[in-house]
Design a protein around this ligand. Structure first.
Ligand code: HSE
Length: 436
């Protein structure tokens, strides 16, 4: 059979890694796919740049339209990132009858519904394994491996940069900005690193995971995101003292009243496997009714780790080229007409436990005032640490863990506590999940 010809948009870290893996493992990949797969053309903004891959035998162009308009190319790899131009090119390639493999989480999270609808009309495949958790085959696992289950919730460390920062802060006592600079130098951080530290990147990935877990439309604007920029070394240390680690988690949970979609720093018990996922590594924990909990761990970024997912998608596409659309795996794992628009819960309706840290005056009645406010909001205290003030100080920190409550109740309690004359400054609140 004739080889399948592939064109690449973007020859950066992921594009270069994909060229390398496809070349190095060509024989093994062909044995699996049943056809030879060759990249014939690639586009890049700057053709003079030094590349991590050998571009010999590749027809290079500055114009991405040269690739998507080439009648010989059957599969287009969108590895350029960004959303506007990427969306325009992907929709045009689909209209030209090309199958798409993308690593672009923002593109899928923001425009996936439109892209899948266009692809269905054009009878082409769109795959995106590399968009979530780099090399971990989490899309395949949820969409296919767990298709017999009802998924109750999932929680993931799905941004390597943020995890690297929190790990270094904990292990080496390093400062936030110092570690972020290193993550940028290592090539893990997004072009705009606020996407990493403010939870936007993790939010894109969480939205994709929630869609394939629950069969709901992509709706990134409904994801609650809170970053890690306010986490201090003191919080990391108090959490340790209480037997917890702070991780930046993406959590999707199906409840009776709707779906929670949230990314925020989270205390998790240190005995959980996922609490020990360190550095730039990613992990996703999925709780499903039949299989119970399953945990997926691996490299969430990097040239060849991400290329591993891109190439797996290419192999899937090649194997399914001769199938009609009804026989292919649906884009979101659920049949298009079975996607259900479940209510997404607002942040105030989230149900979770909390870590609270506050600074108070060392005088009688302070603790009683605070516990009275919490009791009034029906919030139960699970653990409490009060530190002795230094000899020359009158203020001291109080750290509390609460039982689960509704976020609205906690907001009211925090506002009342901050109003107390004996409390200085703002209350630090970090959500806590036992993941049991
Ligand atoms: N900036 C992302 C991360 C890269 O740090 O995880 C992979 O999506």
């Amino acid at each position: 059979m004739k080889p399948v010809k592939v064109g690449v948009l973007g020859l950066g870290t992921v594009g270069g890694g994909t060229v390398n893996v496809l070349k190095r493992n060509a024989q093994e990949i062909s044995r699996r796919a049943g056809r030879d797969i060759i990249i014939t053309r690639a586009s890049a903004r700057d053709l003079t740049r030094e590349r991590i891959c050998d571009t010999q035998g590749l027809s290079l162009s500055r114009d991405p339209y040269d690739i998507i308009n080439d009648p010989e190319i059957e599969i287009v790899l969108e590895l350029m990132g960004g959303t506007e131009l990427a969306k325009e090119l992907v929709l045009k390639a689909i209209a030209n009858g090309k199958h798409i493999v993308t690593a672009n989480k923002a593109l899928i999270a923001l425009h996936g519904n439109e892209i899948f609808a266009a692809a269905q009309k054009a009878n082409v495949m769109v795959t995106y394994e590399a968009a979530v958790a780099g090399g971990i085959p989490i899309i395949k696992a949820i969409r296919e491996g767990l298709s017999g289950n009802q998924i109750n919730w999932l929680a993931g460390i799905i941004n390597g940069t943020g995890n690297f920062i929190l790990t270094e802060m904990r292990d080496k006592g390093r400062d936030f900005s110092d570690v972020l600079a290193e993550a940028q130098a290592l090539g893990y951080a997004e072009a705009d690193p606020t996407f990493d530290v403010e939870g936007i990147d993790a939010g894109h990935k969480l939205m994709i995971l929630a869609s394939i877990a629950f069969g709901i439309p992509l709706q990134f604007d409904q994801v609650f995101t809170e970053g890690i920029t306010k986490i201090t070394r003191a919080d990391v240390e108090y959490a340790e003292e209480l037997g917890y680690r702070i991780k930046h988690l993406g959590i999707a949970r199906k409840t009776e009243s709707g779906v929670e979609l949230r990314v925020h720093p989270t205390l998790i018990p240190e005995r959980r496997l996922i609490a020990n996922v360190d550095g730039v590594m990613n992990a996703v924990l999925v709780q499903a009714d039949a299989v119970g909990p399953t945990l997926y761990y691996g490299a969430g970024a990097g040239a060849e780790a991400t290329a591993s997912a891109v190439v797996a998608d290419i192999v899937d596409v090649v194997r399914a080229l001769s199938l009609n659309s009804e026989s292919r795996v649906p884009y979101l794992g659920f049949q298009a007409d079975a996607i259900t628009d479940l209510a997404i819960l607002p942040a105030e309706a989230i149900e979770t436990a909390y870590y609270l840290r506050l600074t108070v005056e060392d005088k009688p009645g302070t603790l009683a005032d605070i516990t009275h406010i919490l009791a009034k909001q029906n919030i139960s205290i699970e653990a409490l640490i009060q530190k002795e003030p230094n000899a020359d100080e009158t203020k001291l920190p109080i750290i509390m863990l609460t039982q689960k409550t509704i976020e609205k109740e906690m907001n009211a309690a925090i506002a009342a506590i901050e109003n107390l004359a004996s409390v200085t400054g703002q209350v630090t609140r970090i959500r806590l999940e036992t993941l049991g």
